[in-house]
Design a binder for this molecule. Structure first.
Ligand code: HEC
Ligand code: HEC
Length: 654
């Protein structure tokens, strides 16, 4: 062993280097307040290691970035831990950097002759911020995509060269694939190389001047090894522990694949940039323009920090006090702004709804990617574009929510509101004017139609057409309209409601409902064949017990129990809506396209007629498959049922 060491020593002189490194004098003894720099070097090393591991599986292109991060997160061995470490260590670096900076300023460690090193530190800080900014885009998920777009737009606000800077960063006039490859080159190549270079300089210069002694009478001098090394190691391990715990128990989130066609209003920058984001939203700041808020003010602040060594030199102790005062107020300002941003987001119903949708989309994308069909060759972005569970709610909220509701909400989990009665009144919850389609075609739905038609369709009475028709018929005119209270359907039992609700028909009602639901045949439900046959007999032949006996649905709805025709037309359509495979996919598609056809509501129709110009075939298919639950089964929770909230709000408004 000794021979080997001597051999090495004569060739490299490493002993001297080791001695230099380890026996650096630590005036005033080892102290905890000196650990911040070491923890930063440590987290950077961690980033390099985990970064290389991620790189070995990452593929920077708009078609493969999300997909490869999905692979890392969900399939690669320990991938989610590695990604989690990289994600949280990046945030730890920003926090540690802030502490390091504050520490240096409070201790006066920036004063002559250490100005140079202070400035090197500031350069390092910019590089680290650049690394986190560029890293945020790399998964090419909705969050990173839209948040980074805000950043590149801010770049364009730079005076004079703004547009050029933006084009340079984006890789052209548009934001897209080349933005991703450039950001990756910055993130994994240029910035780390710069960081290593400046870090080496920073440490070299630091070693030249040694530690600043804040309080020389604290303790006798020691050397770096072993006292300070021990403290540094403990601090680094503590950082590692925190980062590891977060990586294991929280993990790094991944939102849905970036889709330029879907406006992602839940986008926010990383939390440590929120203060700036919030600052830009002050009306006063907004009115002064983006250049002022995003470039001039941060520029002035960085400028003040940069000249701190000069301030302290020129103004002496007053300067140092001013510097400390500045850094404390800046810190307080950042804390307050960050808290404001969090608080406001938490109390912003619109933002919360957007977040809920973002989580739903993100989880669904991952669910589909790991499902039997996996990621299609067109890329993960088509997963959600072709998914009824994702698109159905959006189409509903685009086309149907103005009259219908879905479990009380607009399809996307949000209560529908309208302007208040008076001009300046706050908006109020709007009353639906057609049936709630949340349970459409289910047993519950069928049960409500058969046993509580008036109640189930009562929402229609809120509509203007209903009030008009009622007024006209009160004035003696004959108007053909649906009146949930006096419709024939409301009394289809012919006055034998009692018999329908009596115990002797309880099993029959159950069988009828089973039959009706099985005709709708929504995906993922199985039906009891014996009950179904019994129900068919009731619907077609009216084989009820007691007074109801002989009253069949077919007495009015002739087509009940028949297949839905491939080419539906109105030949032979009676005066009653067709019940052929009522609420099935085929029936529903035909109904949405032609609610005014004689086979449906004819002249009574009040619903919008959705021609292919209004609603494309593809969208109709997605919407209908969502309403009939025909999609890859999901464990992603749906939007909460808001029926009770809606009813309570409407009752209050009355
Ligand atoms: C202008 C208001 C309005 C809009 C918009 C509207 N509907 Fe309707 N919808 C109605 C009314 C009113 C009825 C009752 C029957 C009728 O008038 O044809 C109805 C009936 C229905 C029914 C039949 C329910 C039953 O009685 O079994 C379905 C299904 C339906 N709508 C789906 C939709 C879908 C899907 C959309 C969006 C693409 C939509 N509706 C848009 C007003 C509307
Ligand atoms: C006395 C005639 C009559 C009988 C019997 C009858 N219905 Fe109806 N039904 C109607 C009428 C009329 C409508 C259309 C609503 C309106 O115009 O008021 C309707 C509408 C419906 C609708 C809504 C259809 C749509 O397109 O949205 C369903 C579902 C329905 N009936 C199911 C049944 C079932 C199931 C039975 C048997 C238990 C039944 N009906 C028995 C007259 C009847």
């Amino acid at each position: 062993m000794n021979n080997l060491i001597n051999w090495l020593e004569t060739r490299t002189g490493f002993k001297a280097i080791m001695h230099e490194a380890l026996y650096e004098r630590v005036p005033g003894g080892a102290r905890w307040r000196y650990v911040w720099g070491s923890t930063l070097v440590f987290t950077f090393a961690l980033q390099v290691i985990t970064g290389f591991m991620l790189w070995s599986a990452y593929s920077p292109s708009t078609r493969t970035a999300w997909e490869s991060v999905y692979y890392i997160q969900h399939e690669m061995y320990l991938g989610h831990i590695i990604r989690g470490l990289h994600h949280y260590a990046a945030q730890a670096m920003v926090v540690l950097m802030a502490i390091h900076l504050v520490q240096v300023i409070i201790d006066g460690a920036y004063k002559a002759p250490r100005e140079m090193n202070f400035w090197l530190g500031i350069v390092l800080m910019q590089i680290v911020l650049g690394l986190s900014l560029t890293g945020y885009l790399l998964p090419w998920d909705q969050k990173g995509y839209y948040a980074t777009q805000v950043t590149t737009n801010i770049m364009s606000a730079t005076p004079v060269v703004g547009r050029d800077v933006q084009v340079l960063a984006q890789g052209g006039s548009a934001y897209g694939h080349l933005t991703l490859t450039r950001f990756f080159a910055m993130h994994a190549g240029i910035l780390p190389a710069l960081l290593v270079g400046f870090l080496a300089l920073h440490i070299y210069v630091f070693r030249r001047h040694g530690l600043t002694v804040h309080d020389p009478k604290h303790a006798p001098d020691t050397t770096f090894w072993p006292d300070q090394v021990l403290k540094d190691s403990v601090a680094c391990l503590a950082v590692l522990a925190v980062v590891l715990l977060l990586a294991v128990f929280r993990g790094a989130e991944m939102s849905a694949p970036a889709d330029p066609a879907v406006n992602f209003s839940a986008a926010r920058p990383e939390w440590y940039f929120l203060f700036l984001f919030r600052f830009l939203r002050f009306h006063a700041v907004e009115s002064l323009g983006l250049t002022f808020g995003a470039i001039v003010v941060p520029g002035i602040i960085m400028g003040i920090i940069t000249v701190m060594p000069i301030t302290a030199k020129v103004l002496g102790n007053t300067g140092h006090t001013l510097n400390k005062l500045f850094i404390w107020s800046l810190g307080a300002g950042i804390v307050v702004l960050t808290a404001m941003a969090f608080y406001e987001d938490a109390h912003d119903a619109g933002h919360q709804a957007a977040l809920t949708e973002a989580h739903r989309d993100g989880e669904r994308a991952i669910e589909l990617a790991s499902g039997p069909d996996m990621i299609p060759v067109e890329g993960a972005v088509s997963l959600l574009r072709n998914d009824p569970y994702t698109q159905g709610p959006r189409l509903f909220a685009q086309h149907c929510f103005s009259c219908h509701r879905y479990n009380g909400h607009n399809g996307r989990g949000v209560l529908v509101t309208e302007a208040g009665k008076d001009k300046d009144a706050a908006s109020v919850v709007a009353a639906p004017t057609a049936a709630d389609l949340g349970k459409f075609g289910s047993r519950e739905w069928m049960s409500a139609v058969v046993t509580d038609y008036s109640g189930h369709f009562a929402w229609m009475k809120n509509s203007a057409w209903f009030r008009e028709a009622q007024a006209k018929s009160a004035a003696g005119e004959t108007v053909d309209y649906i009146d949930p209270d006096s419709s024939e359907m409301a009394d289809w039992t012919g006055g034998n409601e009692e018999s329908l609700k009596s115990p002797e028909n309880a099993d029959n009602v159950k069988a009828l409902i089973e039959f009706l639901a099985s005709e709708a045949a929504h995906a993922g439900t199985t039906y009891d064949p014996v009950l179904v046959e019994k129900g068919r007999d009731l619907a077609l032949n009216g084989s009820w017990a007691g007074a109801l006996n002989g009253t069949s649905c077919a007495g009015c709805h002739e087509t009940i129990g028949q297949p839905f025709p491939a080419q539906p037309d109105d030949t032979g359509a009676g005066s009653y809506p067709t019940m052929a495979k009522y609420a099935s996919t085929a029936w529903l598609k035909d109904f949405i396209r032609h609610p005014d056809a004689a086979r449906h509501y004819g002249a009574k129709n009040e619903m919008v007629v959705y021609s292919p110009q209004k609603l494309s075939d593809k969208d109709l298919d997605l919407l209908v498959r969502w309403l009939t639950r025909d999609y890859v089964p999901t464990n992603v929770p749906d939007y909460a049922d808001q029926t009770d909230v809606l009813k309570a709000a409407l009752a209050r408004e009355k």
